[in-house]
Ligand binder design. Sequence first.
Ligand code: HEC
Ligand code: HEC
Length: 290
Amino acid sequence: MADKKRIDEVTGFETTGHVWDDDLEELNKPLPKWWLYVLYASIIWAIGYWVLYPAWPLASDYTRGYLGYSQRAVVMEQVAAGKAAQAQFRDAIGKAELAEIQNKPDLLNFALAGGKAAFGDNCAPCHGRGAEGSMGYPNLNDDDWIWGGDLAAIERTIRHGIRSADADTRAGDMPKFGTDKLLEPAQIDDVAEHVLSLSGKASDQEAAIRGAAVFAENCTACHGETGKGNLELGAPNLIDGIWLYGTDKTDIVTSIETGRGGVMPPWHTRLDDVTIKQLAVYVHALGGGQ
Ligand code: HEC
Ligand code: HEC
């Protein structure tokens, strides 16, 4: 064998000495050295990795690796760091007056983001995702307020609710003029026409004129001489064309007959102080705020 090794004239490579069919010789061309070294290095690296990091599945566990690394632990650390950063802001919001929060951009941003999230979780079922409201649930985007739209008023409404069981609830009931027979059906029809005329919508002018007298006698105590409402009593403005209970005459007649009496729960029993403040700032920002 060994004597059959020779230098091939054409390529200049040594042959291995293997010969087939008498004249077919094999050139000795091993893997390049660099390639082998890369292979060995990869093997060493892989073994090192197995030792240091989690690698091999076992029957009910896995090899944990010498460094004890775990992606879950890394995420938990990041979450904890995020919470710590939040804690700073929550602390600051807890101590600040509502107006101060509005004046500090970083606190304001944090309050708006937190308020938006809390609104989606707690308020959207009634007021809508975009706070656009619906029949019986006020739109919080317009700058038209039943109970007041400055920061303090909004916070109070959220904290204690409306016609709720809370001791400090916002309260104010409209008489049930129909149910309790305080007015005749004809009078209710007339005063409904008058109410429509207040926002320029009456269809029966004569009834509206008769209704004005009924209004002056029965309604102004709460809705005011001109019908512009009263925030203290939660009596809505009747002249702005924005309706809580619908724009049709039948809706208005129903309001007069039943007094409605919308209820909103109090939130200080369910949400912490910081969240309520965030919500007040968020809602105030939605409506432009008074
Ligand atoms: C169960 C339904 C319900 C939920 C939930 C609810 N609200 Fe209300 N909210 C109402 C009703 C009904 C009114 C109007 C009551 C009335 O005056 O007739 C109202 C009124 C308000 C008002 C007063 C608007 C004005 O014009 O003065 C604010 C502010 C408000 N809600 C904010 C919130 C916030 C913030 C949340 C979430 C923490 C929330 N609401 C959750 C039903 C709800
Ligand atoms: C004691 C106070 C009080 C008196 C008196 C009163 N209201 Fe009201 N009115 C309210 C309150 C409070 C509401 C809001 C009810 C609610 O939010 O559920 C209201 C709501 C209404 C609404 C619904 C408004 C909307 O946006 O949908 C109409 C219409 C209305 N009143 C008309 C009248 C008329 C007409 C009279 C007189 C016949 C009258 N009210 C007398 C307190 C009063």
